[in-house]
Unconditional design. Structure first.
Length: 201
């Protein structure tokens, strides 16, 4: 399948999807070309872009502003007002793009629990990853303890995949690590989509 990966970051979705045998094109406003494992296009998704016809869409809109609303008031980050309007615009843009592209097998959006207050209830969550969209039911691929990580204890394999020197200067390295989709989730989705693809042959 051809999968478009919106707000791709360093390629958390892409690593598992590529391993399952799919073609993945990542789109992000920041330049992650040094580390993104698939094809990569640096682009502002709020602008008009010509996209290829895709089979599926993955998206991880920036979560910082949603997360900020749940920070303890003593945290320095909580003292800065959250730009919820901007965060919602990026989240809702995914639905607009889905309507335009009409992916054959659906789409999935990943974000934090705090996004539910502003973007509607998630369909489900896997660890700290909350999921919205129209996608086939799937299970994380053999997740081991600590692999469905969230805010803390990012596995060493993720640090190995994303050298600090490969991350754009516009974003903090810890933020890139924390936002990386756990491999059991991305690979589990990839296997389910491959199963569907095989059935249609």
């Amino acid at each position: 399948m051809l999968i478009l990966d919106f707000y791709s970051g360093a390629g958390g979705w892409a690593h598992g999807l590529l391993a399952a045998g799919h073609r993945v094109i990542g789109y992000d406003i920041l330049d992650f070309s040094k580390v993104y494992p698939g094809e990569f296009v640096q682009a502002d998704l709020l602008q008009n872009i010509d996209f290829p016809q895709a089979d599926f869409i993955t998206a991880s809109p920036p979560c910082t502003e949603f997360a900020r609303t749940s920070f303890p008031p003593t945290w320095a980050a909580a003292r800065k007002p959250a730009d919820i309007q901007g965060a919602c615009q990026l989240f809702e843009r995914v639905f607009e793009l889905v309507d335009i592209i009409k992916p054959t097998h659906g789409f999935i959006i990943e974000n934090v629990r705090g996004a539910q207050k502003f973007c509607g209830l998630a369909k489900e969550h896997m660890g700290s990853r909350y999921l919205w969209g129209s996608y086939p039911a799937f299970q994380p691929y053999q997740p081991r303890k600590g692999e469905l990580y969230g805010k803390v204890r990012v596995p060493q394999y993720v640090r190995n995949l994303i050298p600090k020197s490969s991350v754009p200067a516009d974003i903090s390295y810890p933020a890139v690590l924390r936002s990386f989709i756990p491999y059991p989730i991305s690979y589990g989705l990839g296997l389910k989509l491959k199963e569907i693809e095989t059935q249609k042959v």
